[in-house]
Design a protein around this ligand. Structure first.
Ligand code: NAD
Ligand code: UDP
Length: 324
């Protein structure tokens, strides 16, 4: 094993953050998980609380914080459309002020920082699949803008701290990722369809279901995050991380019904504004620079995710904090 590092994971109690913390704790690092629990709960990291190399801090990243660390994974930000639109101004503050605070800390500590950016920086893409060189097609005044533009502004801050202050930064653009510990009320398509199928409720397809997404299993994604953090210092990214297998939402609904053996019906609901029509990562750069490619197929990942959704106690989960 390499040297033990002090690693901060903002948003560390969330879906991806909790798995990342788990991996880093298992590798022996000294891990600080920072979270305000807006879209998560302590149970996600409950099993880590007794570990001597794990520490949990309740803090909101829109406020400054002073810590001594070697590496930061900046994941704090609501990620599901229903969550980030709940308080859009706060979402923008989390992305922008959060970036400023972690970049300031990275600069002071001479540390290294990775930004969890998103495929949403490409908006409703006019280029398909999306390479990192594509600059995107984002509506700056629409309902998704608080998230898309917040993440774009964060990327700008990361690159400006890098150019102006030589801060050691890395940017990954994450495409739709799913797996155990997704919030059952987050409204994302995979959690929604699985919960609906398991309860025998109608499966809600927004629009005609011909829009596409490419779904990455969480273990593949976490591996990509760690590889990017450990990549040579001359590689800041941005780099796409996602599974290039593309599915229509209708195909996804059919697969979920099949794997859950559910009797649910499929029903149509209105398509939300600015919903991207197609999304598929070009992962050439990740393959070349990180030697990374996804290994888990959608069916394999869905089986594990469905098993987890069957096992949870829904009373432990709640919708976002009302006073957020
Ligand atoms: P998540 O909502 O489960 O995790 C986000 C975490 O950040 C939660 O624990 C939440 O409580 C915390 N948080 C939110 N605002 C905060 C604040 N102001 N201060 C401190 N903590 C705060 O979502 P996730 O899917 O695990 O996403 C993690 C990161 O990855 C996010 O930055 C998201 O934008 C990015 N991402 C995820 C996906 C995906 O498909 N899962 C895709 C693209 C980008
Ligand atoms: N979607 C759907 N039914 C649902 C939830 C989502 O048809 O119950 C669609 C949504 O309109 C979008 C896709 O599934 O086209 C992915 O939605 P999600 O919220 O998971 O993530 P996005 O990629 O849009 O951020």
């Amino acid at each position: 094993m390499g040297a033990i590092k002090r690693i901060l994971v903002t948003g560390g109690a969330g879906f991806l953050g909790s798995h990342l913390c788990e991996r880093l704790v298992a590798e022996g690092h000294d891990v600080i998980c920072l979270d305000n629990f807006f879209t998560s709960q302590k149970t996600n990291v409950g099993h880590l609380l007794t570990r001597p190399n794990f520490e949990l801090i309740r803090h909101d990243i829109t406020l400054p914080i002073w810590l001594e660390v070697d590496e930061i994974y900046n994941l704090a930000c609501p990620a599901a459309p229903g969550h980030y639109q709940y308080n859009p101004i706060k979402t923008m503050k989390t992305s922008v002020l959060g970036a400023i605070h972690v970049l300031g800390m990275t600069k002071r500590c001479r540390a290294k920082v990775l930004q969890a950016s998103t495929s949403e920086v490409y908006g409703d893409p006019q280029v398909h699949p999306q390479p990192e060189s594509y600059r995107g097609s984002v509506n700056p005044i629409g309902p998704r803008a608080c998230y898309d533009e917040g993440k774009r502004a964060a990327e700008t801050l990361f690159m400006d701290y890098h150019r102006a202050n030589s801060v050691n930064v890395r940017i990954v653009r994450i495409f739709n990722t799913y797996g155990p510990r997704m919030h059952p009320y987050d409204g994302r398509v995979i959690s929604n369809f699985i919960c609906q199928a398991l309860k025998g409720q109608d499966i809600t397809i927004f629009g005609d279901g011909r829009q596409t997404r490419s779904f990455c299993y969480r273990d593949d994604l976490v591996e990509g995050l760690i590889r990017m953090m450990n990549a040579p210092d001359d590689f800041c990214g941005p780099v796409n991380l996602g599974n290039p297998e593309e599915f229509t939402i209708r195909e996804l609904a059919d697969i979920v019904i099949e794997l859950t053996a559910s009797g649910s019906r499929i029903v149509a609901r209105p398509l939300p504004a600015d919903d991207p029509t197609r999304r598929q990562p070009d992962t050439t750069l990740a393959q070349q620079r990180l030697g990374w490619r996804p290994t888990v197929s959608l069916r394999q990942g869905l089986v594990k995710t469905i098993d987890w959704f069957r096992s949870i106690d829904m009373s432990e989960y709640r919708p976002p904090t009302p006073n957020y």
